[in-house]
Design a protein around this ligand. Structure first.
Ligand code: FAD
Length: 645
């Protein structure tokens, strides 16, 4: 391998320090291995391209020399997606860090893939704009990494996941360079590249949707007697079209550990808190005693009762925020106790800090990990119970629910176990199988990597051959992040999902081919109508106009190569690329789409006021629904000059 030839065209570092630093991301399994003295495979060199032409030079060199290339953002991934390969070249993109001027007319900005999240947000802030994409890793992850792993931020309930914010991308693949989204010429490969974890091409520039820096913010805490009561409150708020920026529920254990429960700090003491102090090293037990009896620990945790705390927040233009939070507060207070602003403000101030506290556990003989799954509201209790049952025999477990959508929600489990590799593998195998069996996605925002690739391949079984065909076209020699993302897996041909309406999640599973008349009459008989109306069969209307932060299709069954594939119905997932909307119209059998209650009163305005988010775009204008509709309509009419404000 002639590294001198490579060094002639791009900055290259072959020092042990850089190579080791690029050998692994933050997958807890690799941390566990490292603590056990096992070094990960190390790349041969690290390249730092500054421009797209230098990136092209690296890929051409790698193809000519048959060398694997691993794109590298900031290495904050937690599934091993950027892990090193022996003899590979890591391509660190952080020198490609240009942030452009916001185009105010389109509310978009061009940005290099290697910009660190916080730097991006800071620069946008100086221009008066923001993405409001706020993953806990914002200090240590890049914009390109967010797109490549379909990241979610803390304000996803209002702004969507990062894939919803990307309007276009430039991508450099070994065989050719191409553009996606608004920049695409011909077929748009965006849905395949997003979430492909560097295995289809290297994202070299992005066009990102931005919003004005919010003028007002409103945060508050609420206490509920049980998680089930709080889920119901969250669902009501999301389905009332109130668009909160944050709805963040902590289960009873997380509530108490976070010091959010009633009187927890004042009471202190107790066996559970003594044991839990071991986790931060301040207890007298050491870690091995509590972790050798996870069942006892979990039972003790449950004894404290089911009380849990929810943080809710709204932000945006002051008058709109004022309307939305007032209605939201009324709904949340119906079954919850108002704890005032402080719990919300406290969370906001510390919102990026908590994730960094788990690392020291590894040196004390434990492992700590997180698992993020998601599903529709109707399945949430079963998914929650199934994954807990899989984790608790081996680990101490708690959870929070932080990415709520109109149709469903994600669950974020945090678990701590004794630092043994076979235990780690066993726990994860059981938990992933449980999540799939309960109808959840195995990855809501952490992506796939080697960690979840078998589970993701099973989840998107029908997509794997299509992905492989595209990959062979874009990377015929197979140099880009080899082994990602879908290994071959055998799955039985699934049944098509049953036709029906799920009134809890407000979705309907319908034939994709029947006429609009048949479909709409049937829906009307069920008392609902399509959230994104269309006058043709759904199969031909999957690209109906919708807000970028909303999900037009939750699930689909389709025929690919004569075989049925089923993409599970979940509001969002990050189990690799999203093929739900890229099949040919005649391939779809059934689709699961959002619906609205036909009997609910609605108002239509011709023009939306800035910052008001409508439910539906109809021919006559934007339809506003829910308890805030009348006040929002007044704001819209006042702004468009159609009526007095
Ligand atoms: C403390 C902590 C908190 C976290 N919190 C969150 C959270 O709140 N939300 C969330 O979504 N995630 C979170 N994560 C996970 C992680 O930050 C995300 O997956 C993030 O998107 C990874 O970005 P990165 O730049 O570090 O990518 P890397 O880890 O460097 O790479 C991730 C994958 O993308 C590929 N890649 C990177 N850049 C490019 C590019 N330009 N083109 C093509 N492929 C590329 C890599 O090859 C790899 O396969 C957290 C992680 C940690 C450690």
């Amino acid at each position: 391998m002639n590294l001198d030839a490579l060094a002639a065209g791009v900055e290259l570092d072959v020092s042990p320090l850089e190579r080791i630093a690029h050998a692994r991301d933050l997958w807890p399994k690799s941390t566990l291995a490292l603590v056990g003295g096992e070094l990960p495979p190390t790349p041969r060199a690290v390249a730092f391209p500054r421009h797209e032409n230098e990136l092209r030079f690296v890929l051409d060199w790698a193809v000519a020399h048959r060398v694997s290339v691993v794109p590298w953002g900031a290495g904050s991934g937690v599934c091993g997606a950027a892990a090193g390969r022996e003899g590979s070249v890591a391509v660190d993109l952080k020198r490609m860090d240009r942030v452009g001027r916001v185009d105010e007319a389109t509310a978009t900005v061009r940005v290099g893939p290697g910009v660190l999240g916080q730097h991006f947000e800071d620069e946008l802030g100086r221009q008066g704009w923001a993405t409001r994409h706020s993953p806990s890793s914002i200090w240590c992850s890049t914009v390109g990494g967010w797109a490549a792993s379909r990241s979610a931020g803390q304000f996803s309930s209002r702004y969507g996941k990062f894939e919803d914010m990307v309007a276009a991308m430039r991508v450099v693949a070994p065989a050719r360079s191409f553009r996606t989204g608004q920049w695409a010429e011909g077929e748009d490969l965006g849905p395949w590249v997003m979430g492909s974890e560097g295995s289809l091409g290297v994202i070299s520039e992005l066009l990102v949707r931005v919003v004005r820096v919010p003028e007002a913010r409103w945060l508050r805490g609420y206490r509920y007697p049980s998680v089930a009561a709080a889920w119901e409150a969250m669902r009501r708020v999301m389905q009332a079209e109130l668009h909160p920026c944050a709805l963040r529920l902590y289960d009873a254990v997380d509530t108490r550990i976070g010091g959010r429960g009633k009187g927890v700090r004042a009471r202190g003491g107790g066996l559970l808190s003594s044991l839990l102090k071991s986790f931060d090293g301040t207890g007298s037990w050491g870690l091995s005693l509590p972790l050798s009896m996870p069942g006892v620990l979990n039972s003790l945790a449950r004894w404290g009762g089911g009380e849990c705390v929810l943080i809710a927040g709204w932000e945006g233009r002051a008058d709109v925020t004022h309307v939305l939070c007032r209605h939201g507060h009324r709904l949340l207070r119906a079954d919850g106790e108002d704890l005032g602003a402080e719990p919300g403000e406290h969370w906001y101030r510390h919102r990026h800090g908590v994730s960094y506290k788990l690392a020291p556990l590894f040196t004390k003989g434990a492992f700590a990990d997180t698992m993020e799954v998601a599903c529709t509201w109707a399945r949430l209790p079963a998914l929650d119970a199934a994954v807990r049952a899989a984790l608790t025999p081996d680990c101490f477990v708690m959870a929070h629910y932080s990415h709520a959508y109109r149709e469903g929600c994600s669950i974020y489990f945090t678990f701590v176990g004794k630092g043994e590799m076979d235990r780690y593998d066993r726990v994860w195998a059981r938990a992933l199988a449980a999540a799939s069996a309960a109808g959840g996605t195995v990855a809501h925002h952490h992506g796939v990597g080697p960690h979840k690739m078998h589970a993701a391949a099973r989840e998107l079984a029908g997509a794997a051959p299509m992905f492989e065909a595209l990959r062979r076209e874009l990377d015929p020699v197979g140099i880009l992040n080899p082994g990602r993302i879908f290994p071959p897996v055998e799955v039985d041909e699934p049944d098509a999902p049953p036709i029906g309406v799920d009134r809890v999640s407000m979705v309907a599973t319908l034939s994709a081919q029947e006429t609009a008349f048949e479909r709409d009459s049937w829906l009307a008989a069920q008392g609902v109508c399509l959230r994104f109306p269309t006058s043709g069969p759904l199969a031909r209307a999957l690209a109906v106009p919708h807000s970028p932060w909303e999900t037009p299709i939750l699930g689909a069954s389709a025929l690919v190569g004569g075989k049925r594939v089923v993409f599970i119905d979940t509001p969002r997932s990050a189990a690799g690329p999203d093929p739900r909307a890229v099949l040919g119209a005649d391939q779809y059998e059934r689709v699961t789409v959002p619906v609205v209650d036909a009997a609910e009163p609605a108002l239509v305005v011709r023009q939306l006021a800035a910052d008001v988010r409508a439910a539906r775009l109809l021919e006559e204008g934007w339809e506003l629904r829910g308890p805030a509709a009348a006040e929002l309509a007044q704001l819209c009419l006042a702004e468009s000059g159609e009526a007095g404000g």
